[in-house]
Design a binder for this molecule. Structure first.
Ligand SMILES: Cc1cc2nc3c(=O)[nH]c(=O)nc-3n(C[C@H](O)[C@H](O)[C@H](O)COP(=O)(O)O)c2cc1C
Length: 443
């Protein structure tokens, strides 16, 4: 694995110290709470007005436990973030019987928009991973690039969980050419005792979450970045099924390069928002309240947007927000939080982003880096607006607006940047995202 690192100081935080006014971070245009002022009219008081009314604007907390506010607070889990059946797997996966626990580990991996687009089969000597074509975003991910990266993330978790139990797990990708929906077979056999790194990464499976909050204004040491990647190329690579040159991480830490990259993410976010069908599709995977979360146990939620506790409570108490106002907040938080407080960007580089096996290998590396970051106490958020626009332009037959500029700032040929993320020292504790039941994913 090679590393390109340009050291530098993190960009400055937004001036009020509460980035984006506590706005939810966002993967999808659907992620947010609207800017109250953007949606204000006589019938709808501004969000700011409401926040002031409940005491948040002035720094006083008056989240009343009675009346409408109390009912909505209770109903939307203001007092019980991350508690309940949709989040149980995070703490119980290790207790599942036999190899079902390994599937549970896979299901806890990062995956695009939390679609959880899979089903699984588990036997004593092997596990199978299948595509679930009903869980897809054909406009946002038109040729399944992110989807396959997500499968790679899931495989990494399975392999690490197996290793931690002294099992060897050998991944065979697309074992049956006649069945493209059969993503992988993982053969299990007795293996060596896990080494310390494998144990640490497996232990991080329960604690890894996407951190969409602001990061501290502090650089991450180059040696720490190196350590996130080193070790992923040892005996892991063979079992993880990374083929050929596999995948590597390109780090961007130098301030000018970060600033240029940040501008590209913001521009790509604006382009997604302006593309209404894509925005509508993403919004369909946003679960605004507890009832939806309990029903679907997938998608993006307010809990996972990196808001401060006060803002999260307010967002849950206020009425559900519209797609367009959520989009506006997503753009704002991309500019004022995500890119403004990124201490480093990591780009998973492969030989060919169009290759399915490269995508799978890239996802395996991505998940390992995320687990290593969790183990090191760092925050990490996937950021893929640029790649999504590249794919969308291609699907539309439109002029590619981003590939060349992206490749130029990364210093690599176009067509090799698979997925990317931002990284930094966290300021908040990210919350878990919901997961479907093991029964509903086949085991
Ligand atoms: C290939 C891929 C692309 C993703 N892209 C984004 C993104 O652009 N922005 C973002 O906030 N999260 C992104 N995510 C993170 C997912 O939304 C997240 O993994 C999912 O919601 C589950 O949450 P968790 O990671 O906290 O378990 C991506 C994840 C994967 C695997």
């Amino acid at each position: 694995m090679s590393r390109r690192s340009r050291s530098g100081r993190a960009a400055s935080e937004p001036d009020d110290g509460v980035p984006a006014d506590g706005v939810p971070g966002a993967q999808a245009p659907a992620d947010g709470v609207p800017d109250g002022e953007a949606v204000a009219d006589a019938a709808h008081p501004t969000r700011r007005t409401v926040l002031k009314a409940i005491g948040i604007g002035g720094g006083t907390v008056l989240l009343a436990g009675t009346g409408v506010v109390g009912v909505r607070a209770e109903r939307n889990g203001v007092w019980s973030v991350g508690e309940g059946a949709p989040w149980q797997l995070w703490s119980t996966w290790q207790d599942a019987p036999g190899t079902t626990a390994l599937v549970a580990a896979g299901a806890l991996a990062a995956n695009p928009h939390n679609l959880q687009p899979w089903s699984w089969a588990a036997a004593d000597d092997g596990i199978d991973l299948y595509d679930d074509p009903t869980r897809a975003m054909p406009l946002g991910d038109p040729d399944g690039r992110e989807r396959i990266v997500g499968y790679g993330c899931a495989l990494a978790n399975v392999v690490l969980a197996a290793r931690a139990r002294g099992l060897r797990a050998q991944v065979q990708a697309w074992p049956d050419p006649a069945e493209p929906g059969h993503i992988a077979h993982i053969a299990l056999s007795d293996g060596p005792a896990p080494d310390a790194r494998e144990q640490r990464l497996a232990a991080a499976i329960s604690h890894r979450h996407s951190d969409r909050g602001p990061y501290q204004d502090a650089a991450v040491d180059a040696a720490v970045l190196d350590d996130l990647v080193s070790g992923t190329a040892d005996r892991g690579t063979e079992d993880l099924g990374a083929e050929g040159p596999g995948a590597e991480v390109v780090w961007v830490t130098e301030p000018a390069a970060r600033a240029t990259l940040g501008d590209l993410y913001v521009e790509a976010t604006a382009a997604i928002i302006a593309d209404e069908p894509v925005s509508v599709e993403a919004f369909s995977w946003f679960r605004n309240d507890r009832a939806q979360i309990e029903r679907y146990r997938d998608g993006l939620t307010l809990d996972c947007q990196g808001m401060s506790p006060l803002m999260l409570a307010a967002a849950k108490i206020l009425p559900a927000q519209s797609r367009t106002s959520g989009d506006a907040y997503w753009l704002k938080s991309t500019r004022q939080v995500h890119t403004a407080t990124a201490a480093a960007y990591g780009i998973i580089r492969v030989a060919d982003v169009g290759s399915a096996t490269d995508r799978l290998a890239g996802g395996q590396l991505l998940q390992q880096v995320h687990l290593a970051a969790t183990d090191a106490g760092l925050g990490l958020q996937h950021l893929n607006q640029i790649g999504e626009r590249v794919d969308r332009d291609r699907a539309l037959g439109a002029t590619d607006q981003f590939s060349e500029r992206w490749a130029q700032v990364l210093g690599i040929p176009a067509g090799q940047a698979l997925v990317s993320f931002r990284l930094g020292h966290p300021t908040r504790t990210p919350h878990p995202s919901p997961r479907r039941t093991l029964t509903s994913i086949g085991v």
